[in-house]
Write a protein that binds this ligand. Structure first.
Ligand code: HEC
Ligand code: HEC
Length: 360
């Protein structure tokens, strides 16, 4: 049989005879379309989600769509030390890309070498979440993104006006904000740009994802398979570290930090409800191998210590979550849990690094 498809451009295809007038009208149409497209309406950017992350769970606010230009601006802001009172601190000082956006310290050190009481959590996979910080005090990633700027022991600006004025004194930033937001620089637009950039910090396609979603039986070891079963069963971890991001984004008191003189009351600061005393947000376990030390106060150094902590039923206190119970795990079971957690190291963020030059 002859494999002959009639070409659209052969004379026998009468449908496609284009007259001179058709062509002119079509060209006019294109010109009108071009003139009607405002130059500022940049194309929306699609996030390229690695295996295992759920696109339907993305939380991108309608008033802050992702665009290449906005993300590029957010990248400058995230890494620029001039975005601190004395040019010494950027977001990346405490959220170091190669440490999966943590700083490797029990508690972070900010401007003038001052220390806070909490450990820097990873900034990965925040695109899927709303409440931010250990106590959830920021209701959006946009609000979170400007929080550290006026924190006296982080970026150290006295107030938002001082921060905005400093950015305004840099001509290159003035131009970029105008191009992206078509408004003068404001607290709101700084938050939007940094939040959009942070939404590109993704971790997925881990050995676990290749096993679970990709159905690759060989992706994880037998020990990790046993660990996964424990995680979802006897060890109770999956009750709180649930879903594809291993976090219910809810607040629980595990007793971390109890027994010291000053207890961080966590979520209670936000709600003033007694049930929230000592409650902290369940963090994601993705990249957990790279984000030691652990817990809101960085008090546990290794994943083995974390599992031992849970095996003991947390630390007794009047507000301990009833979900935390002694587990009676054997040595091997504890090792299996650790092996499983190490399968959560993935891809989607290793390419992220500081720009070589900044707006001047
Ligand atoms: C001095 C160190 C330091 C600097 C600078 C800093 N952070 Fe943080 N970051 C922390 C600490 C500590 C926390 C936890 C604070 C808390 O929960 O109360 C945190 C929390 C966060 C969270 C919340 C993550 C979660 O799971 O809820 C995000 C996102 C984040 N920071 C992004 C940023 C951005 C963006 C900047 C720059 C504008 C920044 N950080 C500057 C130390 C720092
Ligand atoms: C009741 C809910 C709950 C259960 C059950 C639970 N977790 Fe957690 N997990 C949390 C919360 C909340 C935190 C943060 C606590 C804090 O810092 O005060 C946390 C912290 C962690 C951290 C440290 C994360 C970091 O970034 O510092 C690891 C690792 C961890 N859990 C693993 C596990 C494992 C393994 C199990 C099962 C043995 C488990 N969790 C069971 C809620 C829970």
């Amino acid at each position: 049989m002859k494999n002959h498809k009639p070409s659209l451009f052969t004379p026998e295809n009468k449908m496609l005879h284009i007259s001179k007038w058709d062509a002119i009208i079509f060209l006019l149409f294109l010109v009108i379309l071009f003139l009607n497209t405002p130059i500022t309406s940049a194309k929306e950017m699609q996030l390229n989600l690695p295996l295992g992350l759920d696109a339907s769970s993305l939380k991108i606010p309608a008033d802050n769509p992702m665009t290449e230009e906005k993300v590029a601006l957010g990248r400058f802001l995230f890494f620029d030390k001039r975005l601190s009172r004395d040019n010494s601190i950027s977001c990346a000082t405490c959220h170091i890309p190669v440490l999966a956006f943590t700083d490797g310290q029990p508690v972070s050190t900010g401007i003038k070498r001052q220390q806070g009481g909490r450990s820097a959590p990873t900034a990965l996979n925040r695109a899927f979440t709303t409440t931010q910080f250990w106590d959830g005090r920021a209701p959006t990633l946009e609000a979170q993104s400007v929080g550290p700027l006026t924190n006296p022991i982080e970026h150290g600006f006295l107030d938002n006006n001082e921060m905005v004025a400093k950015l305004n004194s840099i001509e290159g930033y003035k131009k970029q904000f105008k191009a992206v937001f078509d408004t003068p620089i404001s607290l709101e637009s700084v938050g939007k740009a940094i939040a959009a950039y942070q939404r590109t910090f993704l971790s997925g396609n881990s050995a676990f994802d290749r096993f679970e979603t990709g159905k690759d039986q060989k992706a994880i070891s037998d020990s990790a398979k046993r660990g996964l079963k424990l995680f979802r069963g006897k060890a109770r971890c999956g009750i709180c570290h649930s879903g594809f991001n291993f976090a219910d984004e809810n607040f629980h008191n595990l007793g971390v930090g109890w027994g010291h003189e000053a207890v961080d009351v966590g979520r209670y600061n936000v709600t003033q409800k007694q049930k929230d005393i000592g409650g902290f947000k369940t963090p994601t376990l993705r990249e957990i191998e790279h984000t030691a030390p652990y817990m809101h106060d960085g008090s546990l150094n290794t994943l083995e210590e974390v599992v031992a902590f849970y095996n003991n039923g947390g630390v007794k206190n009047p507000f301990l979550s009833p979900l935390v119970l002694p587990l009676n795990l054997s040595e091997v079971e504890q090792k299996d849990l650790v092996a499983f957690m190490k399968t959560l190291s993935g891809k989607g963020w290793q390419q992220i690094k500081a720009p070589d030059t900044f707006p001047q």
